[in-house]
Design a protein around this ligand. Structure first.
Ligand code: FES
Length: 130
């Protein structure tokens, strides 16, 4: 069993030369928002969700980008509403949010390997957070 159910890496890299980067797209604010929501719901930590700041993930022009493991699901164009949707659908519900996938990911969007189990765990988390 994995130490974290979902491990997110959120690029907040800033390119000082002005070329496209995630920091230009509000990545730090979105990363902080998601991390705060995870904590508020009580799902952060071992057995739950870990949100890590990442350096450049080599998809700079598509930012802000984050990747969710264990599936390796890449998301982009995220704002607070998108973060809430990723939280509710993917992290709690075990369902990939296809409209937020990086374009190259759409054709190979994985189904979470344990979607039914994810929903069970998500419901328990939601019960605990209420
Ligand atoms: S700056 Fe975010 S992927 Fe490169």
């Amino acid at each position: 069993m994995a130490y974290f159910r979902y491990h997110l890496f959120f690029c907040t890299n800033r390119r000082e030369d002005g070329s496209p980067c995630c920091a230009q797209c509000g990545a730090q604010e979105m990363r902080d928002y998601l991390k705060a929501r995870d904590k508020a719901l009580g799902i952060a930590g071992p057995g739950g969700v870990r949100v890590n700041t990442a350096g450049c993930l080599d998809r700079c022009a598509e930012g802000p980008v984050l990747v969710v493991y264990p599936e390796g699901t890449w998301y982009t164009d995220v704002d607070r509403e998108d973060m809430d949707e990723i939280l509710a659908e993917h992290l709690l519900g075990g369902r990939v949010v296809e409209r937020l996938l990086l374009p190259a990911e759409i054709s190979r969007a994985p189904s979470p390997p344990s979607g039914e189990k994810g929903r069970e765990v998500g419901e328990k988390w939601l019960d605990r957070a209420e």
